[in-house]
Design a protein around this ligand. Structure first.
Ligand SMILES: C=C(O[C@H]1C=CC=C(C(=O)O)[C@@H]1O)C(=O)O
Length: 397
């Protein structure tokens, strides 16, 4: 695998290919030497491992869906050419921002008032069905009169956040998943594994006093600590059978992106069996309660019942694995599925018994700001399309 300048790789990215920029490295793959798809993620990881023993380049990259049971397959590609190099920053900061264009229509799915209703129904269902947490999402559909460029969105996302897991990945049906996630599902290097689960949120603010206050409020929020503890417990339990040592801090850290504050816990472990690959571990962890809920099956059933769309590759995972089993997988949030002249943005939030429907609607609105900012769209539009007044406010143009 050749090393090439990360900025050049970013500039060269074309839809259909794979790109992941992190604080530590940049991974890019172009073209398709082999494609493997499947709805059983553990089986897919075994097939990928077998293929990688004979592949050049010895690396596969791709996406896992939120729910492969809904028929959306995991997709892994051994690219024709692959590059693994250093971080895109600070050099990327010199790149000019790219124009994305203005959508002719922006629509909330479901309408904001219906998302609030869904949150209220979820709160009721938690008690009735014995769930500790469920994550509910909504979408924004943007339509354009001309082609929309995932390449431009990717460049702007990389510029906006040197610390994110910023990705673009080709999907079946000539679509592209593009986004910038704060959340590491799993990385493996030799026998060392790391997961950095995130749950609990407050928006960042341009006003430094309010911004710091929001961070403090999140650290003091009992509801958010409960939401986070459910997640950390599940990640710990999923990793435990694979690890001889596991380190789980007792309290989460306050972590941030340019648009959100979160609670995050860095879980580190040492594998018992060095043959377990990063993709196999990602498949074992997914879906965590950061994007689904607890217990997993009942939470997933409730998501299917209450959300008026299929999540596809939102709230799945995006990453890579090499022939030695090392790799890095991010939770695919703060992202959009881009088609020819349209795109769908997704944002969700964890619901626990103390959740408030309006606050949950506002939280999804704040999370959309990552993609909205990268597309150069005004924040006021986001507020307008997320107004709980409903359909009269739900469209533009
Ligand atoms: C499900 C999403 O965020 C997750 C990650 C961080 C904080 C979250 C929360 O506070 O609810 C969510 O669990 C999303 O951005 O769509």
């Amino acid at each position: 695998m050749e090393a090439m300048n990360a900025v050049r790789l970013l500039d060269d990215y074309r839809r259909g290919d794979f790109f992941l920029a992190t604080e530590r490295r940049t991974v890019a793959g172009a073209g398709v030497a082999q494609e493997l798809t499947g709805t059983d993620e553990a089986a897919l990881s075994e097939r990928v491992h077998a293929v990688l023993a004979e592949s050049d380049p010895p690396i596969a990259m791709g996406v896992l869906p939120f729910d492969s049971g809904a028929g959306t397959p995991g997709r892994m590609v051994v690219p024709a050419t692959a590059h693994v190099t250093g971080p895109a920053h600070p050099a990327a900061a010199t790149l000019p921002r790219r124009e994305v264009g203005t959508p002719s229509r922006v629509r909330s799915v479901p309408e904001p008032v219906l998302h609030r209703d869904a949150v209220a129904r979820a709160v009721a269902a938690l008690g009735e069905r014995g769930l500790r947490k469920v994550v509910l999402a909504r979408a924004l559909d943007l339509e354009f009169d001309t082609g929309v460029s995932p390449e431009a969105i990717l460049v702007n996302l990389v510029l906006d956040n040197p610390r994110g897991y910023t990705f673009a990945a080709g999907l079946p049906g000539a679509r592209t998943l593009v986004g910038s996630s704060p959340e590491l599902l799993l990385s493996r290097r030799g026998t060392q594994v790391v997961s950095h689960p995130h749950a609990g949120s407050m928006p960042r603010s341009a006003d430094p006093v309010e911004d710091a206050e929001n961070g403090r409020a999140l650290l003091a929020s009992r509801k958010d600590h409960i939401e986070h503890a459910v997640l950390t417990d599940a990640v710990t339990e999923a990793l435990r059978p694979f690890c001889r040592k596991l380190d789980v801090p007792a309290v989460p850290d306050l972590v941030s992106t340019p648009t959100m504050w979160h609670l995050g816990t860095t879980v580190t472990g040492e594998l018992i069996d060095a043959d377990i690959t990063a993709l196999r571990l990602a498949a074992a962890l997914h879906p965590t309660p950061a994007i689904c809920g607890t217990p997993t099956d009942s939470a997933r059933a409730l998501v299917t019942e209450l959300e008026p769309f299929q999540r596809g590759y939102y709230a799945g995972a995006v990453g890579w694995v090499d022939a030695g089993g090392d790799g890095e997988w991010a939770v695919s949030i703060r992202c959009a599925e881009v088609a020819e002249r349209s795109l769908r943005l997704y944002a969700g939030g964890g619901i626990v018994p103390d959740s408030d429907p309006q606050a949950e609607l506002d939280e999804t609105t704040a999370k959309f700001a990552t993609l909205f900012g990268a597309m150069g769209l005004p924040r006021e539009w986001l507020a307008e399309v997320s107004s709980s007044a409903g359909p009269a406010h739900a469209g533009r143009g």
